[in-house]
Design a protein around this ligand. Structure first.
Ligand SMILES: Nc1ncnc2c1ncn2[C@@H]1O[C@H](COP(=O)(O)OP(=O)(O)OP(=O)(O)O)[C@@H](O)[C@H]1O
Ligand SMILES: [Mg+2]
Length: 358
């Protein structure tokens, strides 16, 4: 090995600890010589995890890194930028832009810089949608307030009028007014519900929440629905509002059950899965530990034409749906500083609650 490499140590590169980009330096064989603070934070491991290791062993799919180092040291390039997806066991798949540089000298170190790409795209998309969603919600909330009082007045007036009417045919009309006004009142009440409900915080065990929802669904769909569980029992308890979490999970699971109902699929199935994720960004904040609750079904999937807006109030893809279930669920999860994401295609839909843990 070149003498200059033997002297590589933290001190030589200590300036790189101040930069925001994650940097790993290897020798020409791909053995890690230095890892800066940003890289330790990005990959959530201390420097001793990296130092002395061959770079491909750091990740489940680290072969692409090995190839990059090999290309660099065989002088195929002095500087190359490429997109990679790296996976460490128990961690979120990271989509990264990797820049590899080396000097065209024998034994020169190889410098790998990593930047998250998905993260930036995802965060800005989330931000845009969240802004639209909150504007929508605020508008509807104000509208609901404005509608509520006159609606009560209309219903009350029709009720007073009814006994005064001389014949039964006319009473049919007041009957329609009373019934429709009542229906609208219920809708308005649901729109305003999350702002009225008290937020009661205690220690929550997420598996109790899921089991509660499971028992409700079993009663509702006694025959044709299978509900599987895949729980990570190491999930710690966290401070939260149990009733709101039950409501959020129930709304999502109910959608899944409704999507499955009447399907010709041989085994309609919902799966509840829990996992703990390390180092994830939720609502622009980076957290050390995050709870992931997957609510998955094998139904027909979310209609593509409403997929972007399903969290918006009054957006529904079903007959008789009010389109409030997911809006409420999102509001309740946001009260826990979390968010809801989903992916869907025919035969597989996965709603994920993402909630920061202590
Ligand atoms: N698991 C799922 N599979 C397929 N479509 C889904 C699923 N979950 C949600 N959707 C779609 O998203 C729409 C919005 O759901 P949301 O719960 O907000 O309203 P809703 O179910 O229509 O009415 P409600 O207020 O009664 O819940 C649904 O109408 C449905 O089209
Ligand atoms: Mg619903």
């Amino acid at each position: 090995m070149n003498q200059s490499l033997l002297s590589l140590n933290d001190r030589d590169f200590s300036g790189l600890d101040l930069v925001m980009t994650a940097v790993i330096v290897t020798d020409e064989k791909g053995i890690v010589q230095y890892v800066n603070s940003a890289a330790q934070s990005l990959f959530d491991a201390p420097s001793r995890y990296f130092l002395g290791q061959t770079i491909e062993k750091l990740f489940e799919n680290g072969n692409s890194l090995k190839l990059l180092v090999k290309e660099a040291t065989s002088h195929s390039f002095s500087h190359k930028r490429t997109d990679l997806r790296l996976h460490r066991l128990g961690y979120e798949l990271l989509s990264l832009q990797c820049t590899v540089s080396t000097a065209q000298l024998p034994g020169a170190p190889v410098v790998l810089e990593f930047q998250e790409i998905d993260q930036q795209l995802r965060v800005s998309r989330e931000e845009r949608l969240s802004h639209q969603y909150h504007t929508h919600k605020e508008l509807l909330r104000n509208l609901a307030h404005e509608i509520k009082n006159p609606l009560g007045g209309i219903r009350g007036a029709a009720q007073l009028l009814e006994p005064e009417l001389p014949n039964v045919e006319l009473k049919e009309f007041t009957g329609v007014i009373i019934k429709e006004a009542r229906r609208l009142e219920l809708l308005v009440d649901r729109l305003l519900a999350p702002y009225r409900a008290a937020h009661i915080v205690g220690d929550v065990n997420i598996h109790e929440v899921l089991e509660h929802v499971r028992s409700i669904l079993i009663v509702q769909y006694p025959q044709d629905l299978q509900i599987l569980r895949d729980y990570d029992i190491s999930v710690p308890e966290f401070r939260g509002d149990k009733a709101h979490l039950i409501q959020a999970v129930l709304n999502i699971a109910q959608n899944a059950a409704e999507a499955l109902h009447g399907q010709t699929h041989p085994t309609p199935c919902i799966t509840f899965k829990t996992r703990v994720l390390r180092q994830a960004t939720v609502q622009k904040q980076r957290y050390r530990l995050v709870l992931l609750v997957h609510i998955m079904d094998n139904g027909p999937g979310v209609l593509p034409e409403i997929a972007e807006q399903i969290f918006f109030p009054l957006v529904s893809g079903k007959q008789g749906g009010t389109g409030l279930g997911l809006t409420l669920a999102q509001t309740f999860i946001e009260q826990h500083f979390g968010t809801i994401a989903f992916e869907s295609k025919a035969g597989f839909t996965n709603f994920q609650l993402i909630i920061p843990l202590p």
